[in-house]
Design a protein around this ligand. Structure first.
Ligand code: KG4
Ligand code: ZN
Length: 349
């Protein structure tokens, strides 16, 4: 890390339903970050409505970037490169961010770095708060994650285990065969009529419930590093149907807690097993589902491996993580030309 050059990155993220910008120094120190969420707008549709998302990004992106620069007390002339999420995500939404990033790069004569959103999530673990006003002045930065690192990515669209061997070097071990963990939370929340987004709603309902009340199945998929969450979702549906047929009330809190426990147990055990088998020094968990309290407690309770899990504000979509990944790409000479296009489907490795 000390060998890498200092640089200030301005990053833009518009892959889904958050319009976000951030300024980050040297891949870790977060000077400013803005996230304009569209959640309330999409909640009425029960999920993200792509056309509405693009339109909202168009309305929000310029004010979001301006506010972020002003919070950092910086102008474009103080920035060394523009990073932007290029994919995966909604094509129309990605285009809004990429086009603004290209315009800024061209206008200010700055290098452009297209970032993979999944890589961004992983690099959220590098970021720490460092406001220009000195709110955290003098605070020692948290330890930097050490390679080889076993990285579990759990978001709304992806669940995968990667061995991070070095900066920007990934060995994909396995991924979900069906629903992503976040998708399972969202679908089960819908079954339990808890609303959207489902993850936080399940977590809240689960606080009043007993995680051992109902034994939902765990898909271990022995012999592979893949995951599957459609079975547990179907088991929840079957249990609801059974209770309804018998005219019994649905124990929502117990079902939420038991479902959450089943998902967390599989994620934790498989990650630990992979970390041992591949000789990882540490474990990293990132993505929207890493905001889950039960998951954080379970991973933090194990003492076998040092743990990196981003602060809550960096678990769900944000631009600080895009700036962090963008910094390492920039520092290692991996910049892009202005001709790059969005990549709505773009695997990490
Ligand atoms: O990373 P993210 O913000 O967006 C994607 O890149 O997909 O992840 C969103 C997902 C949603 O499925 C949401 O329900 C889930 O993360 N999520 C949670 C929690 N907060 C967000 N899942 C469980 N517990 C939470 N507290
Ligand atoms: Zn995300």
């Amino acid at each position: 890390m000390t060998a890498l050059p200092p640089a200030r990155i301005l990053a833009i993220e518009t892959s889904c339903d958050e319009t976000a910008a951030a300024v980050l120094e040297n891949g870790r120190a977060l000077l400013a970050s803005t996230v304009a969420s569209q959640m309330d707008i999409h909640a009425r549709y029960g999920g993200v409505f792509p056309e509405v998302a693009s339109r909202q990004h168009i309305l929000s992106i310029v004010p979001v970037v301006e506010q972020t620069l002003s919070q950092a007390h910086l102008a474009l002339g103080d920035i060394n490169a523009i990073a932007v999420t290029r994919g995966p995500g909604l094509a129309g939404s990605l285009l809004v961010g990429l086009n603004l990033a290209k315009g800024l790069a061209l206008g200010a004569d700055l290098p452009l770095v297209g970032v993979n959103h999944l890589e961004g999530h992983l690099y959220s673990a590098w970021v720490y708060d460092s406001p220009p006003q000195g709110g955290n002045a003098g605070e020692t930065p948290p330890p930097e994650p050490q390679f080889p690192l076993m990285a579990l990515l759990v978001s709304g669209g992806h669940t995968e285990l990667n061995l991070m061997e070095d900066y920007l070097k990934y060995k994909r071990l396995g991924a979900t065969l069906d629903d992503a963990a976040g998708e399972a939370f969202d679908k089960v929340a819908r079954l339990l009529q808890l609303g959207y987004p489902g993850g936080p709603a399940i977590q809240k309902a689960a606080e009043e419930g007993d995680p051992a009340a109902i034994h939902f199945p765990r898909a271990w998929l022995e012999g592979s590093w893949d995951f599957s969450f459609s079975g547990v979702k179907t088991a929840v549906l079957r249990e609801i149907k059974r209770l309804e047929d018998e005219g019994k009330p649905i124990p929502v809190a117990n079902m939420a807690a038991s479902f959450q426990a089943a998902v967390v147990e599989v994620l934790l055990n498989k990650t630990l097993k992979a970390a041992r088998q591949f000789g990882a020094k540490e474990i990293l968990v990132a993505g929207g589902v890493s905001a889950n309290k039960a998951l954080r407690q379970a991973f933090q309770a194990q003492k076998e491996f040092p743990m990196h899990i981003p602060p809550l504000s960096l678990c769900t979509d944000n631009a600080a993580m895009v700036a962090a990944a963008g910094y390492f790409r920039f520092a290692l000479g991996q910049t892009d030309g202005l001709e790059i296009d969005v990549l709505p489907t773009w695997p990490l490795s």
